[in-house]
Design a protein around this ligand. Sequence first.
Ligand code: 5CA
Ligand code: ZN
Length: 420
Amino acid sequence: MLTWPRPQIPQLPGRGDPVRVRDTSTGELVVAATGDAATLYVCGITPYDATHLGHAATYIAFDLLVRSWRDAGQRVRYASNVTDVDDPLLERALATGVGWRDLAIEQTALFAEDMTALGVVPPDVYTGAVESIPAVAHAVRDLLAAGAAYRVEAPDAAGHGRGDIYADLSVDPDLGRVAGLDRDEMLALFAERGGDPARAGKLDPLDPLLWRRERPGEPAWDGGELGSGRPGWHIECAVIARDGLGLPFDVQGGGADLRFPHHELSTSHARLLDAGQGARIHVHAGLVGLHGEKMSKSRGNLVLVSRLRALGENPMAIRLAILSHHYASDWDWTGADLDLARARLERWQRAVSGNGGPDATATLAAVRAALSADLDAPAALAAVDVWADDALRADGTDSTVIGAPGVVSRAVNALLGVRL
Ligand code: 5CA
Ligand code: ZN
């Protein structure tokens, strides 16, 4: 799949510290990647509606990680997916009379435009669910052969579905290590987030679908001995991450809504596929809401990035509004954030407009320190504010350090992704 243009990342003097993030599995702050190479998989969009601010916040959170890793001198390999065939996409296509492929292509393109405008570094490996189908079917056959999956022969209530393939979770003793939930919590979230606990014929209500046999009116692909059908959701991300990064990889990320079941089950699949480990750690962005409810395509309470852009909003102000919240917290979008962000952007632009200004050495160090401590963007913004206030106090005439405004401007661009 094609990505979007890579933003230029300016060089900075010196080097950042090793980046620590909170592993949501253990609650501990840990070094996100210990080697020279850092590997990241972030769950991509299901392209049936345009990018809302929740999506943008999640991708900007992991963009901070990518930028800080690079600044710390690590080589980054970043993989992501596009869930370009799935139940909600097919349902939306049917309801609106648009072909599902056309809907996916259109929304994936709009997402790329939004990411470009917001200055998000694109993934190095970007794989659509559809293009991954041969690899996923292969993996499902491997799981069947290994005794980690089974066929549900019994037809469902509508009389369809002979031969759907499910993962047998009882063969994975490490199940539960990602989200740490008890069984009742798992069952409730599984039902709420796309699972089918009541499907007759499963060995355990939590067992997830790996391969869905063809149904009338639904797209299907040749699965070899699996029969024609399409993959389940969790196995797609397991296989795309494995093929794009190798196993184990450092960080699996996404919004907090993916912690269970998606990341729990994709990690379980990855573990069984390679008799090893999936992601070393999991990092989750908080959920962005509107009027107290999670922003979601299914609820329809969306503030779209493309809509704000069409209204003339500067994407850098949108990015700054998002960065004024710590990535891990849940927060509600309000217009007030955007007003503050616009004012901050304008102040910073004025502050970097001179040739000279207050020494920026401590500011660069403070921005780096904030980001390397669990990507604390609000603290990084505060450090830049302090420098900007100093610079503006002299009304652009401060010539203490020639070149200091350039250092701040490049630091804000390279580390925070905000072009002044
Ligand atoms: N395609 C799957 C992942 S494989 C999916 O969840 N797609 S999505 O379009 O629903 O979401 C894309 C990304 O945005 C996911 O990482 C999801 O966790 C995140 N996300 C969705 N809603 C919000 C929200 N309100 N706040 C923050 N992040 C969100
Ligand atoms: Zn995913």
